[in-house]
Design a protein around this ligand. Sequence first.
Ligand code: GLN
Ligand code: ZN
Length: 775
Amino acid sequence: MTATEQPASQLPPATILGYPRIGRRRELKRAVEAFWAGRLSEDELVATAADLRAATRARLVGLGLTAEGGAVPESFSFYDQVLDATLALGAIPARFGEQTGSDLATYFTLARGDSEHQPLEMTKWFDTNYHYSVPEIDERTPFAARPDSLVAQYREAREQGIETRPVLVGPVTYLLLAKASDDAGNGFDPISRLDEVTAVYAEILRALAAAGASWVQLDEPALVSDSLRVPRTEVLTLVERAYAALGGAVERPRILLTAPYGDSAAAATRLAALPIDAVHADLVRGDLPAAALADGSLAAALADKQFVAGVVDGRNIWRTDLRAAFETLGALQAAGINVVVGTSNSLQHVPHDVSDETKLDARLKSWLAFADQKVEQVAVLAKGLAGESIEQDLAEVDRVLADRDAAPGVHVDEIRARVAAAGEPDRNRVTEGERRDAQRTLNIPQLATTTIGSFPQTPEIRKARASFVRGEIDTAAYEGFLRDEIASVIRLQEEIGLDVLVHGEAERNDMVQYFAELLDGFAVTEHGWVQSYGSRATRPSILWGDVSRPAPMTVRWSEYAQSLTDKPVKGMLTGPVTILAWSFVRDDQPLGDTASQVALALRDEIADLVDAGIGIVQVDEPALRELLPLDRARQAAYLDWSVGSFRLATGGAGAGVQIHTHLCYSEFGEIIEAVDGLDADVTSIEAARSRMDVVEPLGDHGYSRGIGPGVYDIHSPRVPGVDEQTELIRIAAARIPGEQLWVNPDCGLKTRGYDETVASLKNLVTAAKAVRAEA
Ligand code: GLN
Ligand code: ZN
C-alpha cells in the first residue's frame, strides 16, 4: 500500500447509496415481464439479472468509484428493496401458506399475488413516487436469516474483481414501514419485534462477513420522518437500541448507516456515537449539523468513524453546484471529520445516463446530470478532497450554471410579473353559500353519479397514439380517432345513466406528461425512465424554465364532448402540485414559485373551458399528500404554497362554475385541513377498500362541501355488485348529509377493461338510485 492509499478497512473516498436497477433500456422490466408471461425461463431471467449487475458494477468503476473496499453498492433488486428485506428475513406472511416453488417464485408471489393470494399491499416510499411492498407482520411471523442472495451477489461481484457493499433496508425502518397483518392481535405494532429482527440482521451480517464482505450498508430513512407511527425522537432511540446490538456483533462487516430523504442534523451526534463505522447524512434535503460542527462534538463523536456526506442530489437531474458542495465538504474536513463524498440518497430515483438522450436541446442537456453523471460528480469532489486540483471542474460547472441562469426561457419577465401581481383575492372565490346557490342551475341531483375522468385506455387507443407519434397517421386521422372515442364514451355514459359525464381522457398518454408537452418551460426525454414500482417505470418530464401556456390544452376535447350531450361534462385538468411532483423540477427557485406559474397556466385553461360552455372543472391533485415534507417543521410552509397554488389555479372560476378535485388515497389525517383549504366544491377520494373510513374524519372536521368517497375499487378487475356498492353508499350517507354526497369510483378507469367497467358502473348507478329512493 502506498502512503496515499486508505487503509483497507476504510470506505474509499467516493461512493453512492444505490444505482438504478431497471437497466439503461429497461432490460430488467422486459426480462421480468417475459418471465411472468412464461416466455423466459427462471434460469434465463437470473442470467439477465446477473449480466445487468455486472454491467452496473463495471460502469460504476469506470465512472470513478474504486473497485476495492466497498465503494460500489450492490443495490440490485428484482422488484423492490423492501421485499428483498422481507425475503432476507424469511418473513413470509402466514396467509401465503407453504410456498413450494423456488425462492424467486415465492418472491414474485408476494409481490404480485396469484389466483389464491392477494399480493402484498404497495405504498409510497417516503416522499417519493416509488412504491414498496408493505411487509405484514404479527406476533407469530417467523424470522430466519436468508442471506443467500445477498451473499451470492457479493461473491459474484468478487469474481468480477469488484468488492461491493451489500445494501439492505435497516431493521428499524423495515418494521416501521411494515403493517400489522390481519392475524395480529389488537394493538399489535410490528416494531415490538425489533429485538428479534435485529438478531436476524446480525446473522445476515455474520454470513456476509464470512463471505468476506468488508462493508454493509443499512438504510434507515425512518430517521428523517415525522410521518411514521412513532415520533422521531423515539425512532432515534430504536435505532440506538438496534445498532448497539448490531455494532456489538463480533463477526460483521463494517456498517454504514444511511439517513436519506431528509434532515437528520438534530440526530447527528447521537448517530455518530453508535458503535458502527460510518454514518451518512442527506445534505441536500437536510442541513449540516452546524452547532455540533462548530463546538467539535460531531467530530469527537465520529472519532475513528467515517462520515458519508450526501452532497450530490439523488432526487433530481440537475448538475450539482460543485463549488457549493465542495465548500460543504471542506467545512466538514476542516472540523477534523473523515469525509466520504456521497449522494443524498440512492440514485434509483433518477434515470441512467444523459448521454443517451439524442433529442434533447443541447443547451438544456448541458445542465443535466442523470445517475452516471452524478457518480462522476461524486468522484470529482472526492479527488478535490484528497487534495488534487479540481478547479477546472468547478469552473466548468460555474459556467454551466451561469449559462442556465441566463438562457432564454429560464426567466421570462411577463410570467414573473404576473406571478408577482397575483394576490390573495386571486386565490379566493366567493363564499360557499353563494357558490351553492349559483350552481343550482347545473341541476345536479342528490347522490350524483360521476367518474374520476379516464375511461379504459384500450389497445386500440395506445396503437393509434403510437402510430401518430411514429408519423404513420397524420394529425387529422389521429384527432378523428379521438373524436370517435369521445363520442362512444359519451354515448356509453348516457346509456349507463351517469349524471355528470367526462370525455374519457383518451388523448392523454399520462396525466402529467400530456400537459408538460403542451406547456412552455418543459422538456421530455427519450430514455429518462425511473422505476415507480416492480417492473413499472415512468418518464418524468423536465420542468426547466418559466411555465406558460401557448395555447389551450384540453378545451376542444371537452367542448366536443359537451356538444354531444345535454348532461354536464366535467373538464379535466391535472393540478399544479401533481404536475411538479411527477416531473423533475428546476432547483434554482422555490417550488412554490414554480407552482404559481403552473397555476396561472391552469387558471387560463379553466377560463377558456368556461368560455367554451363547460360548467364543471376537475383539477386532480393525487400527489398533494406525496410531496408533504417528512419533516414536520417544514410541513406548514409546504401546505401553504401547495394549497395556495391550487387556489390560484381555480380562484378565477365564477360562482356558478363547480370546481372538483380528486385525491387518490384515503390517508388524510395529516392534511385534512389542507384538503379543506383547497376549497373545491366537490372532492373525490379513495374509500372503497377502507369501507368509507375517511368520510367520518372529514365530517368531524366540519367539511361542508361535496364529497365523493369511492364506492368501487378500481384496482382490480373484480365487478362490485349492486348490494356491495349500495351498502357503501349507505355507510357514507349515514355520516354526511345527502346533498354533500357524490357517488363515484375510487379513481380513473384507464387501467381497466370495458367489460368490467360497464358492469361496475351500471351497478354503481343502480346502487345510487336505490339509496336516493330511501331518502
Ligand atoms: N383524472 C384522472 C383519471 O381519471 C385521475 C387519475 C389519478 O388521480 N391518478 O385518470
Ligand atoms: Zn386517483
